[in-house]
Ligand binder design. Sequence first.
Ligand code: SF4
Ligand code: SF4
Length: 246
Amino acid sequence: MAGINRTFRWLQAQRAKDEPELYDYDATYSDPPAGTRFVTLAEAQSLECNMCGQCCGSHDADTADIRDYTFGGIRKNQWANLNGGEPLIIPLTATGKPRAWREKDEDVDTAPPFICAALGHVEDGTTRCAIWQTKRPPPCDTFPVKEQRYPRDLAKGAYILLNTKYQRLCTWVDMLLCPEDSVFLQWRKSDGTLPNRLTSKQRAYVREVFAEAYRDAYPADDQMMSLSDWRKVRRTEAQWREPANA
Ligand code: SF4
Ligand code: SF4
């Protein structure tokens, strides 16, 4: 799977050419974005962060727009204990101006856009975290491939779309984690994407799985699929699975 990696420069070039497809994705009507990579957790975890910094703030560095992306709930002390007593994770107004912490910032459902005081920018367009070598808030350690539930859920048959929709320059953008026995791992090309030559039935199944994984990653009403629901969806796969000794 040497081709699975996408470099920072490659992603920047793509971004200049294309609309970010997952922004436009609709789980009822859309096909999965063409560049989606289908990978195992081990493959995803073997890739390296390219230091684009897009998970470390809500500003879009190119357009200065505020992306629809938050840190999650910001606790009252704003992790000042990790930043010499000064607030580390700072809420922003809707127009991108730093503001004081409010109680509803702590709630993940009403969390505001943010900047992080530890994020430094480098001339080549990448970023550096000033406190990475010491201690970071917990979300910094788990995004995007180290959520504790991932190994457990994959082992039970779930597919997992990584939560990188708002990080178009992220190493892990548009990446679907597959259980080890997934037929997608048989069908995929060396860069992790799926070939065009799939049958219409196979394509319909890819579409169904991707839509369910998208709904899990971006639940409209907090309703994620249960693991038993995933088992039902995956019954279809048996017809394509190669015997273990094939
Ligand atoms: S603490 Fe470091 S890794 Fe976490 S958001 Fe800030 S800059 Fe990013
Ligand atoms: S968005 Fe992805 S590649 Fe960019 S800094 Fe965060 S983890 Fe690394």
